[in-house]
Design a binder for this molecule. Structure first.
Ligand SMILES: Cc1cc2nc3c(=O)[nH]c(=O)nc-3n(C[C@H](O)[C@H](O)[C@H](O)COP(=O)(O)OP(=O)(O)OC[C@H]3O[C@@H](n4cnc5c(N)ncnc54)[C@H](O)[C@@H]3O)c2cc1C
Length: 265
């Protein structure tokens, strides 16, 4: 079995998220990291390999991003991927989620994996949608929020978390599976793996290399457009209930009535 894991470079969680008012895009400058949700997808691939129920011949990390996104691929390899593929091209800048999914599907087509794993969401865009878009383009079944994965032959038995409980679903490969962050506890890379990751094959592909049609990507090829941006409304000031030294019961009763009025107790 060949597994492709989609990974994305995102601004570090400690960096304040800003939107560039001129381009209306997320300002992705500053410190960057591998999307933490994707580490669960890499770990799921590793556990399938180590579980032994199926033979995993190769785990390939795939990203679409600017030149700097190579470092997310190196981190993915240090966590267990055997090699990586970067799709990078100026023509892809400004792609919305549909165009991103299309472009990723074209790279994946050139890899022909049996299983495509990805995280539930990116830490920056948080669309939760790439898996479904990729699956639609590849005409593969797609499951989201998978928190348990068992493989047998060309069948996956998946448990997925839903608002009402859990679904158990069987899918026949090839399939696109987006894993929930409850699926596993990602491992830390060993020092040896970190040092060795830069030596593993990293292939860079352009839009033309994978047959991406120019009119389907970038700002022009995107079906959505950001029309305006508004900061979140300022928070109203809190209400202070002062503690009266000589009347603790009165203070407690004021707090209880405040909570009661708002149906919080
Ligand atoms: C009008 C518009 C313009 C935009 N312009 C840009 C732009 O210029 N540059 C830019 O970076 N973003 C841009 N975006 C955001 C971009 O569309 C999203 O980042 C992208 O669609 C992925 O969505 P998401 O990050 O919310 O992924 P989600 O659907 O939340 O992510 C789910 C999973 O998909 C995988 N994944 C997501 N993105 C990638 C990727 N690129 N490579 C590999 N795997 C991935 C990861 O495994 C992730 O865990 C734009 C969005 C809009 C609406």
């Amino acid at each position: 079995m060949k597994i492709a894991v989609l990974v994305k470079e995102v601004p570090d969680a400690a960096v304040e998220k800003r939107i560039d008012p001129a381009s209306k895009r997320l300002d992705r400058s500053g410190e960057k990291n591998l999307n933490p949700f994707d580490t669960h997808a890499i770990e799921a691939a590793m556990q399938l390999r180590e579980g032994g129920a199926v033979q995993v011949d190769e785990i390939v990390a795939v990203t679409m991003g600017p030149d700097s996104s190579k470092s997310a691929l190196t981190k993915a390899v240090s966590l267990g991927a055997d090699r990586s593929v970067q799709l990078t091209d100026d023509a892809l800048a400004g792609s919305d989620v549909n165009a991103t999914g299309y472009a990723l599907a074209k790279v994946l087509e050139s890899e022909s994996p049996d299983l495509i794993l990805l995280g539930q969401q990116s830490d920056d865009g948080e669309c939760y949608a790439v898996g479904a878009v990729v699956a639609d383009h590849l005409k593969m079944p797609s499951l989201t929020q998978v928190i348990k994965l068992d493989a047998s032959g060309d069948t996956l038995t998946c448990e997925r978390q839903a608002e009402y409980g859990y679904d158990t679903v069987k899918v026949t490969l090839p399939a696109v599976i987006s894993v929930g962050d409850a699926i596993n506890e990602p491992r830390y890379p060993s020092l040896k793996a970190i040092m060795g990751a830069k030596k593993k094959p990293l292939e860079t592909k352009s839009a033309g290399d994978v047959g991406i049609e120019a009119g389907k990507v970038g700002e022009a090829g995107s079906k959505t457009e950001v029309l305006g941006l508004n900061p979140p409304p300022a928070k109203a000031g809190g209400e202070l209930i002062a503690d009266a030294d000589d009347d603790i019961d009165g203070t407690v009763s004021k707090i209880v009535s405040w909570l009661d009025e708002r149906k919080l107790i």
